[in-house]
Design a protein around this ligand. Structure first.
Ligand SMILES: Nc1ncnc2c1ncn2[C@@H]1O[C@H](COP(=O)(O)OP(=O)(O)OP(=O)(O)O)[C@@H](O)[C@H]1O
Ligand SMILES: [Mg+2]
Length: 360
């Protein structure tokens, strides 16, 4: 997967810009507030019209303009494709995000998902380590949804049954024949839930060792990372487990076991990263997970997604920065930095951005 050229018109603070990225690493350098993240956001929009910052149309269109246009010429699926994206803001007649690929109108931009793929790291992702298990489950589920089209359906059936079961547990004593109804929900939950656990375990069996390897390289072997998945039940044992916790569920008023409570531990030098890791170590750990996400996607689909790393260099020491700028070898990547000295330290290309204008 490679972006060969990018043209942006009236997106965020970028009035008009064209640039040719490096086939390996492109460093986007500039001072605060000049448009570095905006430029990464434009690249990410080519994956299907979504902003990784969750921006609305109106926020993406440059102030005072009606529409934003982003065009990317990409190498994907063994051929060259031109992706054209139009974002129509509040002033436009037909609002929303629309896409064309090689001149063919796809309608809504979400329809082009899968043609150009990217993995993004932004500082908010540090919550993968710092915050509770929900974000880690979301990380797993998002990756699985992208890689296996059937996964989203299983996840939806599971979530629907869980919501209904929890509603029933809240009114257990007032419900006629509640146990028979719970049995029916448990049948669905056991079938879909064990599939979710199986897929998550399988994903981590690939991504975990990859993340561990990246961490070792990033830290030049000084520290080791370990990813440990805790499945909600052993394979084939979820139905039994759900039956066993029924009295606990009834007392608690909600479902107390299953993949909705699963988590994986990120362990650094034998200790929980969430509690003990420094800022830089947490950043390195999340980065390793993101690099692993891209590597697994590359293995499964045969084409490594483009990596977009926003603000990843701050808090990393010299060795780690050097690894990222010189030795990282995972296909095409884009890294933003405020540090102009990145110029002399990269094997790739540096583009400068100032007030929304690119200086190559
Ligand atoms: N729709 C818009 N129209 C015009 N300008 C915008 C729009 N949306 C955002 N901006 C401006 O774009 C500027 C650059 O934002 P961006 O987040 O890309 O900065 P940055 O270079 O990544 O800075 P930092 O180093 O602080 O992360 C901001 O000052 C913001 O006000
Ligand atoms: Mg930024």
């Amino acid at each position: 997967m490679r972006l060969n050229t990018l043209t942006v018109q009236n997106c965020r603070n970028i009035a008009a810009a064209t640039f040719v990225p490096h086939a390996g690493l492109t460093v986007i350098a500039g001072e605060n507030g000049q448009g570095k993240t905006n430029l990464l956001e434009c690249v990410y929009l080519l994956t299907g019209g979504k902003s990784f910052r969750g921006a609305k149309d109106q926020q993406l269109v440059r102030h005072g303009e009606e529409m934003a246009h982003i065009t990317g010429h990409c190498h994907t699926g063994g051929r060259e494709s031109a992706i054209e994206l139009t974002i129509a803001g509040a002033a436009a007649q037909k609002r929303g995000r629309f896409a064309k690929v090689n001149g063919v109108d796809y309608g809504r931009a979400t329809a082009i998902a899968g043609i150009f793929t990217a993995v993004v790291f932004e500082p908010g992702h540090l919550s993968l380590i710092k915050a509770g298990p929900e974000g880690r489950r979301r990380f797993l589920d998002a990756a699985l949804c992208q890689l296996y089209p059937g996964y989203i359906g299983i996840l939806r059936r599971f979530t629907r049954a869980l919501t209904q079961k929890n509603a029933l547990l809240r009114h257990y004593h007032a419900t006629h024949d509640a146990d028979a109804l719970l049995d029916a929900f448990d049948t669905t939950l056991a079938a879909t839930g064990s599939e979710i656990t199986r897929r998550r375990a399988q994903y981590l069996a690939q991504a975990g060792p990859a993340a561990e390897r990246y961490y070792e390289e990033l830290s030049s072997g000084a520290e080791s990372l370990a990813i440990r998945f805790s499945p909600s039940a052993a394979e084939g044992a979820l139905a039994e487990k759900l039956a066993a916790v029924r009295p606990t569920d009834v007392r608690a008023g909600f479902s107390t076991a299953g993949p909705q409570r699963e988590d994986f531990d990120v362990v650094l030098a034998g200790q929980s990263a969430r509690q003990f890791a420094s800022q830089g170590q947490q950043r390195s750990a999340v980065l390793s997970l993101k690099l692993a996400e891209a590597a697994v996607a590359g293995q499964v689909t045969g084409e490594a997604p483009v990596l977009l790393l926003d603000d990843v260099l701050s808090e990393l020491d010299e060795t780690r920065q050097a690894y990222l700028l010189k030795h990282m070898n995972t296909g095409q990547s884009f890294v933003t930095t405020c540090d102009a000295s990145a110029f002399s330290r990269t094997a790739g290309k540096v583009v400068q951005i100032k007030n929304g204008q690119i200086i190559e």
